[in-house]
Structures are given as C-alpha cells and as structure tokens.
Design a protein around this ligand. Structure first.
Ligand code: 5GP
Ligand code: ZN
Length: 113
C-alpha cells in the first residue's frame, strides 16, 4: 500500500527514528510524542486497524506486544507504561496502518481520555 505513510517508513522510503526492527515488525519514535518515551510498534504487513486483522495475524500481533515489552525495558520505563491501540476515528486513530503506541516516562491516569 504505497499511499500509507507507515508502509513508506517500513520500506525506508520515508525517514523515521527506528529503534528496533526484525522480520515482522518495525518500531520508531512518534513524530509528535505524548510522553517522554513514545514509540510506535507496527507490523511490516499492512492492515488498517484491529478491525481488519484475521486469525492468521494473531502471532504477529502477539509479537508486537513482546517487542513493546522489550523496548519498555530498554527505555527504562518499566515503572509503568501504557500500550495503546486506537481503533477507528472515534478512538483517535489517524494513521490506518495497525500500530501499538508504547508510552512511558510519566504518570498515566485512568480511565484513559
Ligand atoms: P493514531 O492517532 O493513528 O493512533 O496514531 C498515529 C500516530 O502516528 C500519532 O501519534 C502521530 O504523531 C504519529 N505519526 C503520524 N505521522 C507520522 C510520521 O510521519 N512519522 C512518525 N514517526 N510518526 C507519525
Ligand atoms: Zn501501511
């Protein structure tokens, strides 16, 4: 999907501060951070949102969570961090390539806004 900005980041056609990558995932710093640590963890494969995933995507989605947990250790935010998956415009999703937000380094309130 060439019009997708996150696909372009995966393809290295667009710059990003990549902090981790492997065969199935890429993680990079959010351009507009909402916390001292704000990393996006995305699948290389394009699917628009959680709504578009299939059973076959489950291992990749699980892997993204493991990548986020490892990055939380690396970035020393294990005191308390938040993984956010905005799904649909009503929840604030603005980029329609599945991504986990890994946020840390500040206090988080509940319920989420
Ligand atoms: P969403 O609102 O879809 O859950 O999250 C999209 C996130 O992508 C936002 O936090 C936004 O700041 C980030 N973002 C949008 N465009 C770019 C970009 O070109 N580069 C990077 N690094 N982050 C982006
Ligand atoms: Zn994409």
């Amino acid at each position: 999907m060439t019009s997708c900005i996150f696909c372009k980041i995966v393809a290295k056609e667009m710059p990003a501060k990549i902090v981790y990558e492997d065969d199935t995932s890429v993680a990079f710093l959010d351009i507009n951070p909402q916390a001292p640590v704000h990393i996006l963890v995305i699948p290389r494969k394009h699917f628009a949102s959680a709504e578009e995933t299939e059973e076959a995507d489950a291992p990749v989605i699980g892997h993204l969570h493991r990548v986020a947990a490892k990055l939380a250790q690396e970035f020393k935010i294990t005191d308390g961090y938040r993984i956010v998956l905005n799904t649909g415009r009503g929840a604030g999703q603005s980029v329609f390539h599945f991504h986990l937000h890994l946020l840390g380094g500040r206090i988080f309130h509940w319920p989420a806004g």
